[in-house]
Design a protein around this ligand. Structure first.
Ligand code: HEC
Ligand code: HEC
Length: 214
């Protein structure tokens, strides 16, 4: 475990150095991304169960996941044949392209379940999810945006981290964050995150603790 952490840490330290060599080419990324649209949606907004949206996602996070798929550390039968064809340059360009697309804030049909949302918010606060994913849950660097992602995908991602079938960059950040979550916690926090909507509401709801006027 200690060794694994050191390897991951070394890999993290070396990623920005690699990126410094090749400046990202968004247009080339867009060209490469044609093949992605079949599954991830026309503008990186997925309408298929089990497939995450990529629009506006953190550049560095996308690059890491493509590297994980390519190395087999994150095994996935859908992504494996795709990433086999990608060069390091493609990875850099694809990260920049998807990051440049407008973030999807359309909440999935079906009104949010107030009770589940409230429980999910409590889970997020108790487990300090925003300490890495930021107050608006749109992430930073290797920590992904998780606001308004597909609910079914958030459930799958958290379950995969918890069972350690999916690796995490950093010092096993997500493996540890997901370890303490029950199935009910995962269902609730996924619902809360998937139905956040545009960021203004997020900021307001995070700051509004208790009644507005005393
Ligand atoms: C045949 C369908 C398919 C195609 C084509 C495809 N993907 Fe995926 N992709 C998936 C699935 C399914 C997942 C979810 C894997 C999982 O459950 O862990 C995924 C996950 C990802 C992730 C991880 C995102 C996250 O939030 O965890 C990235 C990044 C990604 N794909 C990028 C791409 C790029 C870039 C392309 C085009 C070069 C592409 N994909 C083409 C099916 C596809
Ligand atoms: C210590 C920092 C940290 C904390 C705390 C944390 N995360 Fe993460 N999270 C990360 C990082 C880094 C990743 C990317 C890991 C990887 O490489 O797959 C991630 C990935 C994720 C993903 C995968 C998203 C995707 O598109 O594939 C989800 C979902 C997620 N986190 C939800 C949560 C929730 C919910 C909490 C609170 C219960 C939480 N995280 C707490 C750092 C953190």
């Amino acid at each position: 475990m200690k060794f694994l952490r050191m390897v991951l840490l070394a890999a993290i330290v070396s990623l920005p150095a690699q990126r410094a060599h090749a400046a990202a080419d968004v247009a080339a990324g867009q060209e490469k991304a044609k093949v992605c649209a079949a599954c991830h949606g026309e503008n990186g907004v997925s309408s298929m169960p089990g497939i995450p949206s990529l629009a506006g996602q953190q550049d560095q996070f996308i690059q890491w996941q493509l590297v994980f798929f390519r190395s087999g550390q994150r095994p996935n039968p859908a992504m494996a044949p795709i990433v086999g064809e990608l060069s390091d340059e493609d990875v850099v360009n694809l990260g920049a392209y998807f990051h440049s697309l407008p973030y999807n804030t359309k909440v999935a049909d079906g009104a949010a379940n107030a009770e589940l949302t409230a429980k999910g918010k409590t889970v997020a606060v108790d487990h300090r999810c925003s300490s890495c994913h930021k107050d608006d849950f749109r992430g930073e660097r290797a920590a992904p945006a998780i606001a308004d992602q597909r609910e079914d995908y958030l459930v799958k991602a958290l379950t995969d981290y918890r069972s350690v079938t999916r690796p995490s960059v950093g010092v096993a950040a997500m493996t540890e964050a997901a370890a303490g979550l029950s199935d009910d916690d995962i269902a609730a926090v996924a619902h809360y995150l998937a139905t956040l909507g545009p960021p203004k509401t997020v900021g307001a709801s995070l700051k509004t603790v208790g009644p507005a006027k005393k």
